[in-house]
Design a protein. Structure first.
Length: 572
């Protein structure tokens, strides 16, 4: 009864947390722009998905810095998991009252409060002379007249109009020798000489490939104007209207050559800002055979993710690295494009010791200050402990030369840790791995409960096959079965156990060691490299290496070591 009450309390607590988490996202307020001229409007969008009406929000705090030109509202419904959700939207078109910083204060609706939004109001954009006698005009501009090759240029194209445009079409820009990325379109109002004009704004991020004087060709607008708009006559529903065709001005950009690099191997990265970020496992220690995950990200303002380099530093001897597929993300911000590239590396130590992961230095060209800078990550030190001993080590004492293997307890074999590690790679391995573990436990119980002969009988006639040899034979069979089935997860687990048992009595010659290490490296590459895991693992090489070792051990009937084992992971 107590347990049921406790579970009920936990469930209620979780449901309450989920409810308030969802409620926290019920009210959102977004501004279309953060920087606006004083003679243009700002669109503020208020969205509620908790069933409340945003029209009930008190906006008097907004009116301290803005004048509300007009507002609109709409409602929609969505079906999520069989539940109907209401979404209500309120849109305010605001005109700033003064220059400088203007704050949109937090808005409150049914105990939910939005975050404040800071808006910067700049001087009015001068009215174009063409507007004196035209109702539609095209406006084009760039944020800079010169740029270094590969640097970002923001090209803005605006349609300014105070009449209705029907079937309007704008020719997309086409620039030779450059990459062009469209940015988000914007629609707002601009007040010119006391008149309200609608503005449709299109922005593009342009990256030129070569230096020289480059041209951004003109763009054209075609639309239909009804006759009553052209002649100021009464409304005629059958008026065909006349076609309007306008063309913007072409622009020129001076693309500067790349400055001399500090090093011939330096990547050319012109950006407004570049930062490096590292995400690694919290602990600075690991064990032989256990993967260490290291993720390195490059974040650049003014460069797309596709142009950012891969930062995969060389790993020290004793650690194998397996890079994963990079993650590329592009986001838009006020200054244009912000790119982020993340490279994740799975590092598998093959020997114990202390290793230093080298520092990372990434030179880049600051397009603002026009100088070279360097983004850096410091070096990291990782301590690798010997591999956790397996079940065989817990049930049978090791020889003196193998006592350096850490033995934390005698309850469960270290294969459990390997099982947990491999489950993260592929959950389908769990049933087979548990079956293999169960078979090994049954073998141990059989050996433990098997009636022993009298002490005198043991002294008189020694057993033709020792307990260690029986275990080794069983493990060899299980390992080779995993290889025949091409079961990488099971093979990895069985191999760890088999090696601990095998190295108690036998050594590995140079050629045999080379074959085993090569097969094991291929196995690790499959387990810890995502690209390799997409293909099936071939266990033939490992099976042959194990069979060769078994054959070599059968030639040494006395069971005495001839030399210390060359371990699978040196330093173990």
């Amino acid at each position: 009864m107590v347990s049921q009450k406790r579970y009920s309390f936990i469930i209620v607590t979780l449901l309450t947390a989920l409810y308030w988490s969802a409620s926290a996202l019920a009210l959102t307020v977004t501004a279309e722009r953060q920087i606006i001229p004083i003679n243009e409007t700002l669109r503020l969008t208020i969205v509620d998905n908790a069933g409340d009406d945003p029209s009930d929000i008190d906006i008097s705090g907004i009116e301290a810095n803005f004048s509300v030109v007009n507002e609109s509202s709409q409602s929609s419904f969505t079906m999520i998991n069989g539940r109907t959700e209401s979404i209500r939207t309120r849109v305010l078109n605001l005109v700033p009252l003064r220059l400088g910083s203007a704050l949109i204060p937090p808005l409150t609706l049914n105990k939910q409060t939005s975050k404040a939004i800071k808006i910067t109001v700049i001087k009015a954009i001068p009215a174009a002379s063409e507007l004196n006698d035209q109702s539609v005009i095209l406006e084009s501009s760039v944020d800079k007249s010169e740029v270094v090759v590969g640097g970002q240029v923001i090209y803005t194209f605006r349609v300014i109009y105070r009449v209705q445009l029907n079937n309007a079409e704008i020719t997309p820009p086409s620039i030779e020798g450059a990459d062009l990325t469209p940015l988000e379109d914007k629609n707002y109002m601009r007040v010119i000489d006391g008149r309200n004009y609608n503005v449709t704004e299109k922005r593009y991020a342009i990256f030129f490939h070569q230096a020289g004087l480059k041209m951004i060709p003109s763009q054209s607008l075609t639309a239909l104007l009804s006759n009553n708009q052209r002649r100021n006559l009464g409304f005629d529903p059958f008026a065909r209207g006349s076609e309007l065709r306008l063309e913007s001005k072409a622009l020129t950009i001076d693309v500067l050559a790349q400055p001399q690099s500090p090093s011939p191997l330096t990547h050319w990265l012109p950006a407004a800002k570049i930062e490096l970020q590292e995400e690694a496992q919290a602990a600075n220690s690991s064990r032989v055979g256990e993967p260490i995950t290291r993720s390195i990200s490059v974040m650049a303002q003014g460069l797309p993710a596709e142009l950012l380099p891969a930062l995969i530093p060389a790993t020290p001897n004793g650690i194998n690295s397996y890079p994963e597929k990079p993650e590329l993300v592009n986001q838009e911000f006020i200054g244009g494009i912000a790119g982020k590239r993340s490279d994740t590396i799975a590092m598998v130590p093959t020997q114990a010791g202390t290793f230093t992961l080298p520092a990372i230095d990434l030179p880049w060209w600051n397009t603002g200050s026009q100088r070279w800078e360097t983004a850096s990550l410091p070096a990291r030190t990782v301590t690798v402990l010997p591999a956790t001993p397996s079940a065989q080590a817990t049930s049978n004492p090791l020889d003196d030369d193998s006592q350096n293997i850490n033995q934390p307890n005698n309850e469960e074999p270290s294969i459990t840790d390997l099982l947990a590690m491999n489950t993260a790679q592929n959950s389908a391995w769990m049933p087979i791995a548990l079956l293999a573990l169960g078979g090994w436990i049954i073998t141990l119980l059989y050996l433990w409960l098997k009636p022993s002969r009298s002490k005198s009988a043991e002294e008189a006639s020694p057993s033709p096959m020792s307990s260690d040899q029986t275990i080794l034979k069983t493990l060899s069979k299980q390992l080779q079965e995993a290889c025949k089935k091409n079961d990488a997860a099971s093979a990895k687990q069985q191999l760890q156990s088999w090696l601990v048992c095998y190295k108690k009595d036998y050594s590995i010659d140079g050629d045999l060691s080379s074959a085993l290490n090569k097969a094991t490296a291929a196995l690790d590459n499959h387990l810890f490299n995502k690209h390799s895991s997409e293909q099936s693992w071939d266990g033939l090489a490992l099976q042959k290496a194990i069979q060769a070792l078994i054959t070599a051990s059968s030639n040494n009937k006395n069971g005495l070591k001839q030399s210390p084992l060359a371990p699978l992971y040196p330093g173990q």
